[in-house]
Design a protein around this ligand. Structure first.
Ligand SMILES: [Zn+2]
Length: 257
């Protein structure tokens, strides 16, 4: 597997770990549609996912998922066999099963599961809820989906809320006492925030190649006036001559030795 893909999946997992308390071993909740796609693409789920995540994962399913797959009969026989192999997690619907989609939705309410499904409707519904993590198969390749917009919005709002007014005031007070902020409220550090290229130190600058080329080209035109003008111009562009320090001969001799 490409390293970049591994990096990407780890980055996404990290996001869910940091912002939504996902923890190792990551629990992957698998439904029959995912198994069906794996079967069609001739991949072994466990092998592929272990390769893909390269971290501790736990594959599981629920009774509701199995019952729904069984009820669909022949077209899903293979997928049903596969899904039954995973650890069956208690879902709270024992004795009164619900649809696989409903079950998964209720499961993800309280616990952190990476939902492995090809069910587009279910994916859409889960994307609308912050903190839901989706895995699907693109042909034979597992893809951990980037956090949904709902997740991103939630996280950015949460990070803003984490800085309530009181803490903000405290920070202001600390800044003032540290002399970072004037009493007018204007931050003196704001000047430092300036980004973008700084003006180069004129003393340490070489003349740019462009300038050199221009000068030589125009000189070739051999017009005396322009030559003079250019000389005047380039003189202003040139760095000031450095004062030469005369080294006395006896010192030179010592240095040579
Ligand atoms: Zn259930």
């Amino acid at each position: 597997m490409k390293i970049s893909r591994l990096k990407k999946s780890h980055k996404i997992l990290q996001y869910f770990a940091t912002n939504f308390n996902y923890r190792e071993p990551y629990q992957v909740l698998i439904d029959a549609t995912f198994c069906q796609a794996a079967l069609q693409n001739k991949i072994i789920i466990e092998e592929q996912l272990k390769k893909y995540f390269q971290t501790q994962i736990k594959l599981l399913t629920t009774q509701c998922i199995i019952l729904e797959a069984e009820s669909l009969g022949a077209p899903l026989t293979g997928a049903t066999k596969i899904v039954k192999k995973f650890h069956v997690h208690k879902c709270g619907h024992e004795g009164k099963p619900v649809t696989a989609a409903e079950c998964i939705k209720s499961m993800t309410k309280d616990s952190r599961y990476i939902v492995a499904t090809q069910d587009r409707t279910l994916q859409d519904r889960l994307r609308k809820v912050p903190g839901r993590c989706l895995l699907y198969l693109h042909k034979a390749t597992p893809v951990l989906e980037e956090p949904s917009n709902a997740s991103k919005k939630y996280v950015s709002k949460k990070s803003k809320d984490l800085l309530p007014a009181k803490i903000g005031e405290k920070i202001d007070h600390m800044k003032q006492t540290q002399g970072l902020k004037s009493s007018t409220g204007k931050e003196e550090t704001s000047k430092k925030k300036h980004k973008g290229p700084k003006n180069p130190n004129p003393l340490s600058c070489k003349k740019s190649k462009k300038q050199k080329v221009q000068t030589t080209q125009s000189v070739h035109k051999n017009d005396k006036n322009t030559k003079l003008n250019l000389n005047a111009k380039s003189k202003t562009l040139m760095k000031p001559k450095r004062k030469r320090i005369k080294i006395p001969n006896h010192v030179k001799e010592i240095v040579k030795k």
